[in-house]
Design a binder for this molecule. Structure first.
Ligand SMILES: *Cc1c(COP(=O)(O)O)cnc(C)c1O
Length: 443
């Protein structure tokens, strides 16, 4: 019955509203009621779930073009269901060596994909923010030890805020986060970063971490990773690459060329729940030296005394903050092996083409201002003759059609609408429809 419902949900996605906020708040109240003493009815409970899914934004459907879209491959969800039914423990390799090897195989494949050397590794996390937190903690621990006085790390205004959040969680005061100016293309200005680091050092401060982004959330802009890698090496900084949004594009020839320099990273944050189309809950942290991650997350309990390292496999519990964790490997392993890597590459190339189509069409229309050609699959645009209110209204009118759902952002203090093409379910038909809707909404 549950599997039938899953199939039904997928089958309805092309026709379901991209967003539905009109449902009565009856459901919100009803579904939150406490469980009864007696067994409930499965069909009724699944029915409530079905109804709840229809309330809000359909983030899995082809019309979801807001924030960073993803889709959520059903094959990965099936993998997860099987993993969870088996419920094997993968925090320590000895309890489920083959399932840990499954996760480790995927991680090793990713390390190779990004050109990290043999011996590199990492772990699967619940998302990019957690991967970033562990990277910041490892960098802090390795470069500064337990005295963080005067610590400085370098980002831009376009860097995802999870870096500053990670720094704060890691105990670093707000002034430790330095904002490097960007170029007109919104990428980090490597020269400005070099000057800032030199000034800080001369002032007796302790620069320890440089963060480059392989696809910013606002505009999909790629920082000059090769230049930043050289700078980080020269200044003895930890070089972290935030590829949470862009990482999957490393599978494409285009992405691999544009991300040159990423192979010099000390750590890379990836979000397979974005550019590998997985369901939410899957991030990855890759590190050049897993021992440094281990040093920053070390811990042990006497009740773990029976457990030894096996088959040269890592104990993920000792590489990140979590002890008990779900068995995560299969949710990437199954889709990759089942569909084949080429299917992912082709889908990502298709999204690059679709974003280019959105950019060309809007840029050719004199009514719109589209300042940045997309490096990846995000296009930010606004009405040329219109302030924030007019642009907000355009966004509302587009979304009110319920066939697509867009979001907005602020860039250089100005309001922009944003299209992000990244769901495996979004194809040219929906992009044509999007462009038609946008044009008719301004006519
Ligand atoms: C989404 C995103 C993050 C945060 O990842 P979560 O999976 O949402 O925690 C970090 N950096 C970039 C560039 C992102 O797009």
């Amino acid at each position: 019955m549950a599997v039938d419902l899953a199939a039904d949900l997928v089958a309805h996605m092309p026709h379901s509203p991209a967003a539905e906020f009109d449902t009565a708040d009856r459901l919100v109240k009803e579904i939150a009621r406490p469980p009864g003493e007696e067994p409930g009815s499965l069909p009724a409970l699944l029915g409530a779930f079905r109804e709840a899914v229809g309330h809000g934004v359909d983030t899995a459907g082809p019309g979801y073009l807001a924030y960073i879209s993803a889709g959520g491959l059903a094959s990965s969800a099936i993998a997860d269901m099987l993993s969870q039914v088996a419920n094997r423990y993968t925090g320590v390799a000895q309890l489920a060596p083959s399932l840990v090897a499954m996760e480790q195989g995927v991680l090793t494949w990713l390390c190779d994909l990004f050109g990290l050397p043999p011996g590199s590794g990492g772990l699967m996390t619940t998302g990019g923010s957690l991967a970033t937190l562990s990277a910041v903690v490892a960098a802090r621990h390795h470069k500064l030890g337990f005295d963080f006085t005067g610590a400085r790390l370098y980002v831009t205004e376009q860097t995802h805020y999870c870096v500053a959040k990670a720094a704060a969680v890691a105990g670093l005061p707000p002034e430790s986060v330095r904002t490097v100016p960007t170029t007109p293309a919104l990428a980090m200005d490597a020269g400005a970063a070099a000057s800032m680091i030199a000034e800080d050092r001369a002032a007796g401060l302790r620069p320890f971490l440089l963060v480059g982004t392989a696809g910013t959330t606002n505009t999909g802009t790629i920082d000059p990773l090769a230049d930043l890698a050289v700078l980080a090496r020269a200044e003895d900084l930890w070089f972290h690459v935030d590829a949470a949004y862009g990482g999957g594009f490393q599978l494409t020839g285009y992405g691999r060329a544009r991300f040159a320099g990423v192979e010099s990273a000390d750590s890379i944050a990836l979000d397979p729940h974005k550019s590998l189309f997985l369901p939410y809950g899957t991030g990855v942290l890759l590190v050049r030296e897993p021992a440094l991650l281990g040093a920053a997350h070390a811990g042990d309990g006497v009740y773990l005394q029976d457990l030894d390292a096996v088959y040269g496999l890592p104990d993920y519990a000792h590489l990140g903050p979590e002890l008990t964790r779900d068995s995560r490997g299969m949710r990437l392993w199954l889709p990759l092996h089942l569909h084949g890597v080429k299917a992912f590459r082709n889908a990502l190339d298709e999204k690059l083409d679709l974003a280019a189509q959105v950019y060309r069409t809007l840029a050719d229309d004199p009514r719109f201002e589209v300042p940045w050609a997309p490096d990846l699959t995000v296009v930010a645009f606004r009405l040329k003759d219109g302030g924030t209110a007019a642009n907000q209204e355009l966004l509302q009118r587009v979304n009110a059609r319920k066939r697509v759902f867009l979001s907005s952002t602020m860039i250089d203090g100005r309001f922009f609408l944003r299209v992000c093409v990244l769901s495996h379910r979004t194809h040219v038909d929906r992009i044509d429809e999007l462009l038609h809707i946008i044009r008719t909404c301004v006519d």
